[in-house]
Design a protein around this ligand. Structure first.
Ligand code: JCQ
Length: 245
């Protein structure tokens, strides 16, 4: 897969993709990550890429010509996506879909915004990573890059770790524990030491349901719950509190 990021800060992106899971995938040749420096397409001697907004108001707007040339320099792409607080929210389902594409170009917005004609004529989709304002789209682009590339076949070690993840079944993850079994006076729940795989699976499912009910009730509406699980939830969340283990 070819993953391209058009940005005013290419080094930010280039540095991130040297590390970790993504870095290994790039080194193995499974994915290619490229950056395009929008400033290199500036049309003036001062290398500026922003200008004042028509109609007045505070802040600056990213000029259309450098952004258009940056996008065109990538060549034909399967998808061109703008990172902006005024986009629809990026979801795991988008990462899953985009991980199957041949190529994707992310355009990092900056300043107060980007000239609307870029959105109209050069961009397929505009996404936000959440309801907050960043100084630029780069952190959002890295979030999208990471969430997407780890789903490309061969990038993660085992397919199981993707399989059992939060959100793929629209529930939050159950609590996790490792050694020591007793730590600073706090015990690991007995059931996890029992070796009884059936009981462990059942406990994890219940904890995932309780946690989701407490923290993300919106997700529960999409999950498939048995009659028994619905009853269990109604009881336990009242008796034990939301994060009792
Ligand atoms: C992305 N959530 C927040 C800021 C304008 C028009 O482009 C702009 C882009 C940004 C940076 O992106 C974000 C963001 N998801 O702030 C202003």
């Amino acid at each position: 897969m070819r993953f391209v990021v058009a940005t005013l800060f290419p080094e930010l992106v280039n540095n991130y993709v040297k590390q970790g899971v993504v870095g290994r995938a790039v080194n193995k040749g499974i994915v290619g990550v490229e950056t395009i420096d929008i400033r290199s397409f500036s049309t003036n001697k001062h290398r500026t890429v922003d200008d004042i907004p028509f109609g007045g108001g505070a802040g600056m707007v990213l000029m259309p010509e450098p952004v258009a040339q940056a996008i065109e320099s990538a060549g034909t792409m399967s998808r061109t996506v703008l990172l902006t607080p005024s986009g629809r929210q990026f979801r795991q389902a988008d990462a899953e879909a985009w991980s199957q594409l041949d190529s994707i170009l992310l355009v990092c917005g900056r300043y107060e915004g980007i000239d609307q004609r870029i959105r109209d004529d050069f961009v397929d989709d505009a996404i936000s990573i959440g309801d907050y304002v960043l100084s630029g789209g780069e952190l959002g682009a890295l979030v999208v890059l990471d969430a997407t590339l780890r789903l490309v076949p061969g990038v993660l070690g085992n397919a199981q770790s993707v399989q059992s993840e939060s959100y793929s079944d629209s529930l939050l993850e159950h609590p996790h524990y490792t050694r020591p079994a007793q730590w600073r006076g706090r015990d690991v729940p007995q059931v996890l030491l029992s070796g009884h795989h059936g009981k462990i699976a059942e406990w994890r499912r219940l904890k995932a349901l309780q946690r989701t009910a407490a923290l993300r009730p919106d997700l529960l509406k999409e999950a498939c719950l048995t009659r028994k699980e619905k009853a269990q939830l109604a009881n336990h969340s009242v008796v034990n509190g939301p994060e009792e283990t």
